[in-house]
Design a protein around this ligand. Structure first.
Ligand code: NAI
Length: 721
């Protein structure tokens, strides 16, 4: 066998160790499934074998899940629901055979067991899990738009009850060993080196080779089946979650819920068939393909620093300068200190610099009180942040990032002062969110060492770092910015200089489209709901309040002053914002009034005065049309960024849109969305919008060419995996 080592010891215990060649971690492949089937039959048939231990020969862990390369290839070619269900059959049937073959199986889970890996273990009659810090078990399929198709939706509820299993299945949450034991997902924990021995011990006691659910009179734990009141409460909560996800175009939670609920009423074989049916339906959806592309192919591509210039040695930052200790500067300082970097945190006054450090203190206090850190660790992180007003303190920094006000003059002044103090080979990064990098670099005497490093708020939680190349930025500087991203555990995307780069200009179209709808007389609540139903985390009116209408206007005015002619500016939406700010004093959330009201009871609500300002149309548009507008206008901006050479790699646009600005993950990102709709159809839809709503919907030349030549943005997934 190629993927399994099968040995039998003197006690008649078979040891089946999974060991895929040429991989550091095991995954489930068709070949492995076939060999498992043969191994199960051998255990069942050989009189000398009393039972079997199923384990892995890999130091990295047990089995990580499905083979993404294989799955990606299938999804690329397209698969229908019945074929998808058939695809799940081999593993589903082998695992069923394993649990009823008459001989006991014990899983010795020596490390990470996810998805199909945990499903293998769940089919065994006994599970012992390695008790070590990095070990986790879970069924994360929901995150890929799928469900566990190897019995996970049936065995987990039967093992620990519907109530406890639903949250795990619906969120994909991973369990640490102690949690897995407490919940009853595994029977015992052991030192990693002892798991096989512990499994053998269990087998040597000649246990029964039946699963609880194959015993007479078995009932799902935690009540008298799915109708017991607390269970039905869970199901109600889960139904609400699943319905909300369905509305946001994520079909997996509802399919999981249906599989669990329907399956729980049936004996195991029927239940598994139900699971396979839903698995097939999910596999046939665009959502699974897009999520797989996002999470596995594009994200890994960005994380692997696919575009890191060759020949530049890797560098680590030991001391980072941060100019401006406001919201962003404080977040950057905290994130850097957290990964062991010393930070010089500079602001105009010592008090403001200290306030930036206080942010780290508050965040760390919370982490300690929630048990996620210890007082000692928190103190060590805090001690790395050095608040100051003295530019001379930047002398020892390998990298300095400015996060002062979004004003050219202020940025130029701090850049010049920093340059005078910095080492001759240190890199200078700007965290500007809109100003072109090439212009800002003029204040720095070594523009080759100047680069845009655009973080997102809150810095410690947002995973993206948008790196922007100015005209003179060197490849060595790019490499150092990518190395810093890796140190800070951010996923980087790299783009060429442009007003608003990729993320801010794309997100800007979302905000302006929302305000334009308001102008057209669409009801504000409908606008906000449509955006959320499209999958955006927050509606555009709430976002612009959050950012502040005043700042949004300032950015716009700066663009106009710079001579920019943004195509996608519905002038009306700017006029409306100006009226809100200048005539009505409604500047946004921080000012206590914007498109929303912010009463003392803490529950914001849409400002009723909007009805006078933008009288609603008598007949309101269909929510589907509004959803499509939000997705389309941003996707078009992504296509324009490709057309103009701002985005260099389609993976950057897709990952940047999902991780940076909340473009819905089910689409796979702005460019994947265009491919999901179909290039030609997307162009037709955009042109239809352009005719009705204005030239901001005109598709760019590169997209027209791609549609005509049927040239997708992405290479086939199987090739990329
Ligand atoms: P902020 O207003 O919270 O902080 C700016 C800080 O810079 C203040 O503490 C201020 O005292 C300090 N500062 C101003 N002039 C200074 C000087 N001459 N010397 C030293 N310190 C000085 O602003 P925020 O939101 O942190 O934004 C900072 C930068 O980050 C801006 O360029 C902004 O566009 C960008 N950005 C903002 C994001 C956001 O979500 N707020 C997201 C990404 C980028």
């Amino acid at each position: 066998m190629q993927n399994l080592n099968f040995t039998v010891d003197a006690d008649g215990i078979a040891l089946i160790a999974i060991d895929l060649p040429d991989r550091s971690m095991n995954v489930i492949t068709p070949g492995l499934t076939q060999e498992l089937a043969a191994a199960v039959e051998r255990v069942a048939a050989e009189v000398g074998i009393r039972g079997a231990v199923l384990t892995s020969a890999k130091a990295e862990g047990f089995v990580a899940g499905a083979d993404i390369g294989f799955m990606a290839g299938l999804l690329e070619d397209g698969i229908d629901a019945p074929a998808g269900a058939r695809l799940a059959e081999p593993l589903s049937l082998v695992l069923r055979r394993l649990e009823i073959c008459g001989k006991p199986f014990a899983a010795a889970i020596n490390g990470l067991a996810l998805g199909g890996g945990l499903e293998l273990a769940l089919a065994c009659h006994y599970r012992v899990l390695a008790d070590a810090p990095k070990v986790a078990v879970g069924l994360p399929e929901v995150g890929l738009g799928l469900l566990p198709g190897g019995g996970g939706t049936q065995r987990l509820p039967r093992l620990i009850g519907i109530e406890k299993s639903l949250p795990l299945l619906l969120t994909g949450q991973q369990l640490r060993p102690a949690e897995a034991l407490k919940l009853g997902v595994v029977h015992a924990l052991a030192e990693p080196a002892q798991v096989v021995q512990a499994a053998r011990q269990w087998l040597l006691a000649s246990p029964k080779a039946t699963q609880p659910w194959d015993e007479k009179g078995y009932r799902v734990p935690g009540g008298a089946g799915p109708t017991a009141s607390h269970v039905s409460r869970t199901v109600t909560a889960a139904t609400t979650l699943a319905a909300a996800q369905t509305q946001r175009n994520l079909p997996a939670p509802l399919a999981i819920l249906s599989a669990v609920y329907e399956g729980a009423q049936l004996p195991m074989d029927g239940a598994l068939a139900i699971e396979r049916k839903y698995f097939g339906q999910l596999l046939a959806s665009d959502v699974a393909r897009n999520l797989m592309r996002t999470m596995f192919i594009n994200k890994q591509r960005c994380d692997k620093l696919a575009n890191r210039p060759a020949g530049v040695p890797k560098a680590k930052v030991t001391r980072l300068g941060v100019l401006g200790a406001g919201m962003m500067g404080a977040g950057i300082a905290y994130s850097a200190a957290n990964v062991g970097i010393d930070v010089v945190l500079l602001d105009a006054t010592q008090e403001q610099a200290e306030r930036g450090k206080q942010y780290a203190q508050n965040t760390l206090d919370k982490a300690v009180s929630r048990g996620r850190s210890t007082p000692q660790k928190a103190a060590a992180v805090l001690a790395r942040i050095h608040p100051t007003t003295d530019f001379a303190a930047l002398a020892g920094c390998e990298f300095v990032i400015e996060a002062v006000f979004e004003q050219r003059g202020v940025k130029a002044e701090v850049t010049r002062k920093a340059a005078a103090a910095m080492a001759g080979d240190a890199v200078f990064g700007s965290n500007t969110s809109t100003l072109p990098i090439t212009g800002l670099a003029e204040a720095f005497e070594r523009p080759a060492d100047f680069i845009g490093v655009h973080f997102f708020s809150p810095v410690e939680r947002m995973p993206l770092l948008e790196i922007i190349l100015g005209e003179k930025t060197s490849q060595a500087t790019l490499a150092r910015a990518l190395d810093l991203a890796e140190q800070l555990r951010k996923t980087p995307i790299v783009v060429n200089d442009s007003r608003g780069f990729f993320t801010s200009r794309t997100f800007g179209t979302f905000i302006k489209e929302g305000v334009a709808m308001l102008q057209e007389g669409v009801l504000p609540a409908l606008i906000e709901n449509a955006a959320r139903q499209a999958g955006m985390p927050v509606g555009p009116l709430a976002v612009v309040d959050e950012v502040s209408l005043e700042i949004t206007l300032k950015v716009y005015d700066q663009w106009v002053a710079d001579g920019a002619q943004p195509l996608h500016e519905p002038a009306l939406s700017v006029n409306l914002m100006r009226k809100m700010v200048e005539e009505l004093g409604r500047k946004g959330k921080a000012a206590g009034a914007g498109f929303f009201e912010y009463p003392a009871d803490g529950k914001k609500r849409l400002w009723p005065g909007l009805a006078q300002l933008c009288p609603p149309q008598a007949s309101q548009p269909d929510v589907e049309e509004l959803k499509r507008r939000f997705l389309t206008i941003q996707a078009l901006e992504g296509a324009r960024c490709i057309d103009e050479g701002v985005v260099r790699d389609p993976a950057d646009a897709d990952i940047g849109s999902i991780l940076g600005i909340g473009y819905p993950a089910w689409t796979g990102g702005v460019l994947s969305y265009i491919e999901t709709v179909g290039l030609q159809r997307f162009v037709e839809q955009a042109r239809d919008f352009a005719a009705r709503l204005g030239p901001r919907y005109e598709p760019p030349a590169d997209l027209l060419r791609r549609a005509a030549e049927q040239q997708a943005y992405h290479p086939p997934m199987a090739a990329a995996a």
